[in-house]
Design a protein around this ligand. Structure first.
Ligand SMILES: Nc1ncnc2c1ncn2[C@@H]1O[C@H](COP(=O)(O)OP(=O)(O)O)[C@@H](O)[C@H]1O
Ligand SMILES: [Mg+2]
Length: 400
C-alpha cells in the first residue's frame, strides 16, 4: 500500500511506484514531477478522472471522507437506465480509456482531488494549513509512515501520519517541541508500535516483523541521540568500538581500523583515550556520530543534534553531517550497495534545517503539513510553511 500523496497526480505516483518496483531507482519523468509538484493549488481542471486513475485515488481516500450524498442514490439506481443514459455512459467510459492509457492529463470530469479528513475529534479548521502536498523527490522512500496513529493515554501524538524519507538524501523532520519527532524515530526502529497504520523500512513493515528480523533490521540504523548517549565508564575508543564488539565477529585489528577511521573523520582521533566527562558537548555529539557509523548503517537518524550547541558548533556539525553523507554516497555507489545512505535529522531549529536539508518534512499536529525537496519547500506558497521555514513571527503559527 502506498502512502497517500495529496496533490500528486496519479500518473506521477504510478511512475514512481513502477520505477521503484522495477529498478529500485528513480524513474520519474520530468514532466510527471512538474505536474505533481503543482499539487493541490494547481488547476482543478487537471484532476484526472480516467477510470484507472480515479480508482487509485478512491482506494487511498480515507473512509471517513466518503460523502454518501455525493454517491449515487440507491433509489435512482434501481430505476432502469434509459437506453440513452446507458449509451452515453458507455461512450464516456470508452472515451476515457485511451486518454488514461496514454497517460494524458486531459480532464473529463471536473473533480477536486480528495483531501483527507481531519483526525477524529479534530476540526477542519485545526488542519487548515495541512495541504498534505508532497513535492516529489524522484527517489524511493527508505522509510515510510502510512496512516500512522499513536496515542499515549489521551495524549494523541501521531494522528494519521504519512511521511517518507527518500533514499540517498539528507532529510529533516521539522516540528515544534513535543510534536512527536522522537516518537517517530522510536517507531522506525521498532521501539514503539503504532496503534494503527504501518511503518516501512526499505519496504518492510516494522510493526509486523518477528523479533529476529527486527533485531537484524535495527542494524540498518545508526542513531545519534541528543547528548551522544556515550557510556560514561568507557573512553571514546571503547565507546565507538562497542557496537562492533557487540554485533560483529571482527577481530581487534579490524575494529581498530574502523574505530580510528571514524574518530578521525569526526576530528577526535587525538582524543580516543578521553572519557565522556572530559569532553565538550560538541565533542560528545561527534563521538556519538562516529559510533553511529561503525556498523555502516543504511539509515542514520539524528535526534536534535543541535540541542545545547552554540550557533557556530551547530553550523560545523551540519557541515560534518553533509560531508559524511557525501562520503557515504560515494562509497555506496563504488560498492554498488542496494541502498543509498539515508540521513534524517530531527530538529526544531529552522536555521540548521535550512543549511543541511535536501528534503524537508514539516510535522504539526501529528501529520505532515507539506513535504518535499528543500528548494520546493523554501518556495512554498503555504503561509504556514513560509512562516515556519523563515522563523517569522507574523503568520498563521501562534504561540498556542
Ligand atoms: N513513552 C511515552 N509514554 C508517554 N508519553 C510519551 C512517551 N514518549 C513520548 N511521549 C509524549 O509524546 C509527546 C511527543 O514526544 P516527543 O516525540 O519526545 O516530542 P519531540 O517532538 O519534542 O521529540 C510528548 O508529549 C511526550 O510527553
Ligand atoms: Mg525529541
Amino acid at each position: 500500500m502506498r502512502r497517500f500523496r495529496f496533490g500528486g497526480s496519479d500518473g506521477a505516483d504510478e511512475g514512481h511506484e513502477a520505477g521503484e518496483a522495477a529498478t529500485g531507482s528513480p524513474a520519474q519523468e520530468g514532466t510527471a514531477d512538474g505536474a505533481s509538484a503543482q499539487g493541490r493549488g494547481s488547476d482543478p481542471g487537471q484532476a484526472e478522472s480516467g477510470s484507472g486513475s480515479s480508482a487509485g485515488a478512491e482506494a487511498s481516500r480515507p473512509e471517513s471522507r466518503e460523502q454518501p450524498e455525493s454517491r449515487e442514490q440507491p433509489e435512482s439506481r434501481e430505476q432502469p437506465e434509459s437506453r440513452e443514459q446507458t449509451e452515453s455512459r458507455e461512450q464516456s467510459e470508452t472515451r476515457e480509456q485511451p486518454v488514461s492509457a496514454q497517460g494524458s492529463r486531459v480532464s473529463v470530469v471536473d473533480e477536486q482531488p480528495p483531501r483527507p479528513a481531519p483526525p477524529a475529534g479534530a476540526s477542519e479548521e485545526e488542519y487548515r494549513w495541512h495541504t498534505y502536498r508532497v513535492y516529489p523527490s524522484g527517489r524511493p522512500d527508505a522509510v515510510e509512515f502510512i496512516d500512522t496513529y499513536k496515542a499515549f493515554g489521551r495524549n494523541r501524538i501521531l494522528r494519521g501520519l504519512n511521511m517518507g524519507l527518500p533514499e540517498g538524501m539528507v532529510s529533516m523532520i521539522l516540528g515544534p517541541s513535543g510534536t512527536g519527532k522522537s516518537v517517530c524515530i522510536k517507531h522506525m526502529v521498532g521501539l514503539l508500535y503504532p496503534d494503527e497504520g504501518d511503518i516501512l523500512v526499505h519496504g518492510e513493515s516494522v510493526p509486523n516483523m518477528p523479533d529476529d528480523d527486527l533485531f537484524e533490521m535495527r542494524k540498518k540504523f545508526g542513531l545519534l541521540f541528543q547528548d551522544g548517549a556515550l557510556f560514561g565508564s568507557m573512553n571514546l575508543y571503547d565507546n565507538v568500538a562497542f557496537p562492533l564488539r557487540q554485533h560483529t565477529e571482527k577481530g581487534e585489528n579490524e575494529i581498530e581500523d574502523i574505530v580510528m577511521r571514524r574518530l578521525n573523520e569526526v576530528g577526535l582521533g587525538q582524543s580516543k583515550e578521553k572519557y565522556p566527562n572530559e569532553l565538550s558537548g560538541g565533542m560528545r555529539k561527534r563521538a556519538g556520530f562516529a559510533r553511529a557509523l561503525v556498523l555502516e548503517p543504511d539509515i542514520v537518524l539524528f535526534d536534535e543534534p543541535d540541542s545545547g550547541l552554540d550557533p557556530v558548533r551547530t553550523a560545523l556539525l551540519g557541515e560534518l553531517i553533509l560531508e559524511i553523507h557525501r562520503d557515504m554516497m560515494d562509497e555506496a555507489k563504488a560498492k554498488q550497495k542496494t541502498h543509498l545512505p539515508t540521513f534524517a535529522v530531527i530538529t526544531h531549529d529552522i536555521m540548521s534545517a535550512r543549511r543541511v536539508a535536501d528534503y524537508i518534512n514539516v510535522l504539526w499536529k501529528g501529520r505532515i503539513v507539506e513535504a518535499g525537496p528543500a528548494e520546493d519547500m523554501l518556495n512554498s506558497e503555504n503561509p504556514f510553511i513560509r512562516q515556519f521555514l523563515t522563523g517569522e513571527s507574523q503568520g498563521p503559527l501562534t504561540m498556542d
